[in-house]
Design a protein. Structure first.
Length: 393
């Protein structure tokens, strides 16, 4: 168990709105197709470090591609004359989704099969009923030949996010899933053991899925066979995760507003340092910039270097304590809590000389002592507390 999966399926006897569904997915600029597998899309947000996969049903793609290539209900000339929105939507999803030949080369279903699949919600229920019958030891089912078994179909859309990540991974996935669901009218299936609705398609809420996420992590922790794997998990406090995610979510808008004014808005990112995963941000002591709360700062500063031929001013990059930099800047900086928590120094020349001197003299480590990493194994709950809850229950 390494991933938390969610499916989107159509209500029983309801046709799938493929253009609306694929259009909603294609409108997300962070969702990109992978090389070699045209049905697999990868979502990656460099500002929040969130990543997950989105797997599309091949028949759904073929049906949509053929509809678009044939012009659908109207010709291309008609679209050019009066339907700019539809034309823009076609360009949008084509920028993310594969061409038809990519699917055909990979053994996809034939055209009749692709066009016939309009309802899928019932397929999951039939499959679930079949599985339950097998669990009960139904003799007739057990005697069926393999060739008579009903083929297992893939969900229309599968979202898969890795486990042992901060809960804001699920929060960001939910934003995309909710947009796709609203555009298409599909239902959510939570296939986890003990998941929302017992695995039945439904209009499940974010709170329902969040409870399933927590329970899935409880189960995954219980199933860890290697004691070292549990010890390798690292807990970030809910406040730290919230500050990390809020700043990452707001960074794009902040950069669009502040960078034209000469104020840098650097990324907050995870870094491996001293065997631990920490938050790191860049700061140039001579540049107007913002600084979010962080464990480490990659500090670019100027120092006087003395040599045989005299002294000269040199620049260096070192890893220093984020708390130390924050405390030095706070008295002279603007403090913001909306849309995220950060300090802003809109005019670096206005920093008191004593602050610059203190920044230049902070003890630091070589820049190579911290390496960019992912948030793998970083959680925002205490696994020991979960064990205590279960033992007291």
């Amino acid at each position: 168990m390494h991933h938390f999966d969610l499916y989107l399926e159509s209500p029983e006897d309801t046709p799938v709105e493929a253009p609306a569904l694929l259009g909603a997915l294609a409108s997300c600029p962070l969702l990109r197709a992978t090389v070699g597998d045209p049905t697999r899309l990868v979502y990656r947000n460099e500002d929040t470090s969130v990543h997950f996969t989105c797997i599309l049903d091949r028949a759904l793609l073929l049906a949509r591609l053929r509809t678009s290539s044939s012009g659908g209900a109207e010709s291309d000339d008609e679209a050019e004359d009066g339907d700019e929105d539809a034309d823009g939507e076609r360009r949008a999803w084509r920028s993310v989704l594969p061409d038809e030949d990519e699917l055909a080369d990979d053994g996809g279903p034939d055209e009749d099969e692709a066009g016939a699949r309009g309802t899928r919600g019932a397929d999951l229920r039939r499959r679930k009923a079949k599985d339950e019958g097998e669990d009960e030891g139904d003799g007739e089912d057990a005697d069926e030949e393999e060739g008579d078994e009903e083929p297992i179909e893939s969900p229309l859309v599968t979202f898969s996010v890795p486990l042992f990540r901060p809960s804001f991974f699920l929060k960001e996935l939910w934003i995309l899933l909710a947009a796709a669901r609203e555009a298409s009218g599909l239902l959510i299936v939570d296939p986890q053991e003990g998941g929302a609705g017992g695995g039945e398609p439904g209009d499940w809420s974010e709170a329902d899925i969040a409870r399933s996420w927590a329970e899935t992590h409880r189960r995954a922790i219980r199933e860890l066979e290697d004691p070292g794997a549990l010890q390798a998990l690292q807990v970030w406090s809910p406040q730290k995760c919230s500050e990390f995610f809020d700043y990452g979510t707001a960074r794009g808008a902040l950069a669009a507003r502040l960078e034209p004014e000469g104020i840098a808005v650097p990324r907050l990112q995870p870094a491996r340092h001293g065997g631990r995963t920490k938050s790191l941000c860049f700061w140039n002591s001579r540049q107007s910039s913002v600084l979010p709360p962080c464990d480490l700062v990659l500090l670019e500063r100027q120092r006087i270097k003395r040599g045989l031929l005299g002294t000269r001013l040199v620049s260096e990059e070192v890893i220093v304590s984020g708390e130390d930099v924050w405390n030095l800047l706070a008295p002279a900086a603007e403090y913001h809590t909306k849309p995220a928590t950060f300090l802003a120094v809109p005019d670096a020349d206005s920093l008191p000389s004593r602050v610059l001197e203190a920044l230049d003299e902070l003890p630091g480590e070589p820049a190579a002592s911290a390496r960019r990493t992912e948030l793998a194994g970083v959680i925002d709950f205490d696994p020991d507390a979960l064990e205590n809850e279960e033992s007291s229950a």
